[in-house]
Design a protein around this ligand. Structure first.
Ligand SMILES: Cc1cc2nc3c(=O)[nH]c(=O)nc-3n(C[C@H](O)[C@H](O)[C@H](O)COP(=O)(O)OP(=O)(O)OC[C@H]3O[C@@H](n4cnc5c(N)ncnc54)[C@H](O)[C@@H]3O)c2cc1C
Length: 118
């Protein structure tokens, strides 16, 4: 019985080299740089919500926008081409493009909240 339990655990356990917490702008950026700089490393992004965006997904009130310019806030590897101060939706769209253009989506596991790490 104990052996069977151990086998079941092994079969349902996935090992990755790097775990990224959250699919906000930091997590997506981390994934991009990890893919570029450590192409041999496996990774997963664990996101507790059911979609990406973090701050920009949480704050959906009318008129929500960045405080600073997106030329600075955006990623160096994907220069911002919109208006300097961007709406929350425009930032979400931008993050969606980064995910799609770089094949990051298969690495994101939604509905996974990290409760402890050791
Ligand atoms: C209205 C507004 C305007 C802003 N304007 C600017 C600006 O102009 N310039 C600027 O620099 N900053 C601005 N900020 C701050 C902004 O929040 C941050 O700059 C940035 O978006 C944070 O990104 P992040 O990925 O680090 O964190 P978050 O966006 O908070 O993303 C974290 C992600 O991790 C997930 N997560 C958290 N804990 C766990 C867990 N235990 N397990 C699994 N998943 C987890 C969350 O669900 C979330 O998706 C603004 C914030 C607001 C609200």
């Amino acid at each position: 019985m104990a052996t069977e339990m151990a086998q079941m655990q092994d079969e349902s356990t996935t090992h990755v080299d790097v775990l990224i917490v959250g699919a906000g702008i930091s997590g997506i950026g981390s994934a991009y740089h990890l893919q570029q700089q450590c192409p041999g490393k496996s990774y997963a992004i664990l996101e507790m919500k059911d979609t990406f965006g973090g701050t920009w997904e949480t704050h959906k009130y009318p008129g929500v926008r960045s405080d600073s310019d997106l030329y600075t806030f955006g990623y160096r590897f994907k220069p911002w081409v919109g208006t300097p101060i961007a709406s929350g939706q425009a930032i979400l769209d931008y993050m969606g493009e980064v995910i799609e253009e770089n094949g990051i989506a298969p690495h994101i596991r939604y509905g996974h909240r990290i409760t402890k790490a050791s």
